[in-house]
Design a protein around this ligand. Sequence first.
Ligand SMILES: Cc1cc2nc3c(=O)[nH]c(=O)nc-3n(C[C@H](O)[C@H](O)[C@H](O)COP(=O)(O)OP(=O)(O)OC[C@H]3O[C@@H](n4cnc5c(N)ncnc54)[C@H](O)[C@@H]3O)c2cc1C
Length: 350
Amino acid sequence: MGAGVAGLAAARALGAAGRDVAVLEAQDRVGGRLLSHPVGDRGLDLGATWFWSNEPRIQALIAELGLGTHAQHLEGDALYQDTRGVQRLQGNPIDGPAGRVTAGMQAVATAMGDTLPAGVVRLGHAVERIEVTKDGIRVYAARLEAAGGESVRVAVDAGAVVLALPPALATHAITFEPALPEALARLAAVTPVWMGAMTKAVIQYARPFWRATGLAGAAISHVGPLREIHDMSGPDGEPAALFGFVPPRRPGAPTPTADAILRQLETLFGPEAADPRDVHVVDWRDYEYTAPPGADGLQNYATYGHPLYRTPTLEGRLHWASTETSTEVPGHIEGALAAGARAAAAVLAG
Ligand SMILES: Cc1cc2nc3c(=O)[nH]c(=O)nc-3n(C[C@H](O)[C@H](O)[C@H](O)COP(=O)(O)OP(=O)(O)OC[C@H]3O[C@@H](n4cnc5c(N)ncnc54)[C@H](O)[C@@H]3O)c2cc1C
């Protein structure tokens, strides 16, 4: 369950091995933390943006799916902002080489979903309960009949279940019968959701005006609200955009306003920065299918890839697969792909 990258990777691997698969997905779209705002046939990323050259799974997948890519824009000078003002640095020590998917990173999940037979991915199915039965495992989900309407309860019987969502969210939203082993339930409840407490702002402009004055569009700020800023433009600067992160703050801190973000960008990049085409401020704490309440208080990253996530439970029928459970680059898309592959292999071996 969960049609993020990890769940889709597990479903593809199980389907390829001849198993019958269903992916129950709570939202009305695939991708989870891959979320892109389309601009023509290109995309601005409100969730994950980059992949890196030392990540073979995501690179191979992008090539297999035939998605166009471009390099992160690096050229120009970066800026540094603190309480004394703004300094222009020589060159750009903030950005490193990384790849981008030109249609937006969500296209990876959409294209993965398109490789599965029709009917495998079931959108709008929020899993609420998982129960071991006499000869298998039963998953109960609430299926929304119409936007804003009633939901009906559906049950799906299976031989095994892959939980491809952040562990802290799984233990918050799903009842298990019998209960999960205590150590596993405790571990899952304190495992941070990668970027689940992050706010990302994406600001689209008519043109990448900062490049004309030799700026890279990159900045580090100790003043805020954005701590770290990067160029998010497409190839040849189209669409033109900057993006920035508001780092996790005091739990429960309010989301910065678009106005406050634009004022900061104006101070950094000049008057044109105050005149955007579009502003998206996405606080991932608000996404009920990414982060449970209080996720901004979870800090113990040493829980990532814990051996308990590789130990099937509930009579060997329950497996974990989100990026947080990966031993390889946990947190990244690469980690989600590795976790999905590992969970599928465990199901096949079971
Ligand atoms: C702002 C931001 C920036 C990031 N930047 C990068 C980056 O540049 N590079 C990188 O590699 N990674 C980045 N990441 C991390 C990357 O997005 C994740 O590693 C990856 O998307 C995780 O995939 P997943 O399948 O493990 O989990 P998710 O994407 O969270 O998928 C879980 C799925 O389960 C579904 N679900 C939840 N609850 C239920 C339920 N009860 N029933 C059914 N379905 C349910 C969700 O809707 C979702 O579709 C970023 C993440 C964020 C938020």
